[in-house]
Design a protein around this ligand. Structure first.
Ligand SMILES: Cc1cc2nc3c(=O)[nH]c(=O)nc-3n(C[C@H](O)[C@H](O)[C@H](O)COP(=O)(O)OP(=O)(O)OC[C@H]3O[C@@H](n4cnc5c(N)ncnc54)[C@H](O)[C@@H]3O)c2cc1C
Length: 463
């Protein structure tokens, strides 16, 4: 039996009074559009979708839901890959899709304050005029609130950090209807507990972010992208470790195995042959610095037997390259019609990356399973994608999934580098965190005593 109450007419009236009837829907179509993310976890319908437009409205929705013991699941763009925004217990989906305003730009401080529903790609387009950008870049056009919810990362994390490293302050709505501010406009902050980073990556289970002040970065003057192909996975992975150990400050360092390179060459819009490969990028203020970095990268790759090494500063060529990289998920889906995907996201310290890749390859072989490997290798992050269409293949994919995740934890890494826990990784929280998981539970109990915020996520028992 559900521990929560259903959304009745009285609750619908209260919600409509807060957000206005135009910003609330109980239609099947709207609930279906907010029932499933991009993962393979089954859809669940909420009872109502609300689209608040102000922070006060978000806080009032939470207060009503808390008083009435109705679950609330925040929704950004729904592009998660672990079931993070699926409303498992029905109730209210609180979508931030109509909270897309820029609140304040402070170009002199490299800062911008935004509502949580704005997409990071849309934000970066608006920032072009200031010569600034927000570096974290998950592939899909995620909303800033969803990126904060999952602590998303991407190709540029190796240089610029994950979402958590590019946020200075936030406003958060709590279940009792309060709005609190965490963090400040200062880059250095050491005033008390770091509540800012407590909410980041909490997947809407502790509070709902209603505003965020983001740290921006000047757009680099020279951007050079590199494609390098290698004779073996081992040599490509060795180049990853060498490039990182050399002290080079690369802005992207991506690995793909030969199957992924081949797939992208056939279906994904770039001609990358069928050998294991690396994609790299260097950002510099001067041509001379870029050329020196490039010479060192070339030397490392050639010493490790690179079969091909193409460097370019041409914006059109760079665009093709990074579009092909960012669209691998869509390419996979297109190339295997009718199949579903088990997508792994694990991360380890850079020195353990070769061991992780080797374990993943062997495990795929042992289970005789087709899998594609790609990853933000520069920060030790690997994705393994396995297509399946029948129960037997899916069960094998799950066994491979478990084996690789446990290996990542054993190597000193984590069960999820960037996709978050959601539903899929909840079972690994105890092995990964041990007693610290109980501390997380008590934090959850303090901030959300009735467990209404995104129930069924992060904690294995679905607190
Ligand atoms: C093609 C593709 C490529 C991808 N590549 C990457 C990648 O490279 N790196 C990466 O990190 N991810 C990647 N992802 C996954 C996904 O884009 C990220 O997890 C992203 O952060 C999700 O953002 P969203 O706006 O879609 O959030 P949603 O999926 O809507 O929500 C994410 C979580 O945050 C919560 N949430 C949403 N808004 C708020 C809020 N205002 N306050 C508090 N909690 C909130 C939700 O409840 C949920 O738990 C990819 C996905 C796809 C489909």
């Amino acid at each position: 039996m559900s521990p929560f109450n259903s959304v009745n007419d009285m609750i619908l009236e209260q919600l409509a009074a807060v957000v206005s009837p135009d910003n609330l829907s109980t239609t099947q179509a709207d609930r279906q559009l907010h029932a499933q993310d991009m993962s393979n976890h089954p859809a669940h319908l909420s009872e109502v979708v609300v689209w608040p437009t102000t922070a006060r409205q978000v806080a009032d929705v939470l207060r009503i839901a808390n008083e009435q013991r109705v679950p609330v699941t925040a929704w950004g763009a729904g592009s998660s890959l672990e079931g993070n925004p699926i409303p498992l217990f029905g109730g209210i989906v609180l979508s931030t899709e109509r909270m897309i305003d820029i609140v304040e730009v402070r170009p002199e401080d490299f800062q911008i304050t935004v509502q949580p529903g704005i997409g990071y790609k849309d934000l970066n387009e608006k920032l072009v005029r200031y010569g600034l950008f927000f570096p974290p870049d998950p592939g899909a056009n995620a909303a800033i609130g969803g990126m904060l919810g999952n602590n998303a990362a991407g190709s540029r994390t190796v240089k610029y950090g994950a979402t958590k490293d590019n946020v200075l302050a936030m406003e958060v709505a709590l279940t009792d209807g309060q709005l609190i501010r965490v963090g400040s406009h200062a880059i250095k902050q050491s005033a008390g507990y770091d509540l800012l980073h407590l909410f980041i990556g909490s997947e809407g289970t502790l509070g709902i972010i209603t505003e965020a002040t983001l740290q921006l970065t000047p757009v680099p003057t020279v951007m050079t992208s590199v494609f390098a192909a290698f004779p073996s996975v081992e040599s490509a992975v060795a180049a990853v470790v060498e490039v990182r150990s050399s002290g080079l400050d690369v802005a992207a360092l991506e690995f793909m195995d030969e199957k992924m390179a081949d797939l992208i060459s056939r279906e994904g819009g770039a001609d990358w042959g069928d050998q294991p490969a690396l994609l790299m990028e260097v950002h510099a203020a001067h041509e001379e610095t870029a050329a020196l970095d490039m010479a060192l990268i070339r030397e490392i790759c050639e010493e490790l037997g690179a079969l091909q090494f193409d460097a370019t500063t041409d914006p059109a060529k760079r665009k093709i390259m990074w579009q092909a990289r960012h669209h691998v998920f869509e390419t996979q889906v297109r190339a295997f019609p009718g199949q579903r995907w088990q997508v792994l996201d694990i991360a380890v310290p850079i020195s353990a990356f070769p061991a992780l890749v080797s374990h993943a390859s062997q495990t795929l072989q042992v289970y005789d399973m087709f899998g594609l490997m790609i990853g933000h290798a520069g920060d030790g992050n690997l994705h393994v994608s396995m297509p399946y269409k029948d129960e037997g293949t899916w069960q094998r994919a799950l066994k491979i999934n478990d084996s690789i995740v446990y290996k990542a934890i054993e190597l000193g890494g984590t069960s999820t580098g960037e996709h978050g826990v959601g539903i899929g990784k909840a079972k690994f929280m105890a092995p990964e965190h041990g007693a610290a998981l109980e501390v997380m539970r008590s934090l959850k109990q303090t901030l959300d005593p009735n467990g209404i915020l995104n129930p069924g996520k992060i904690f294995p028992t679905g607190t």
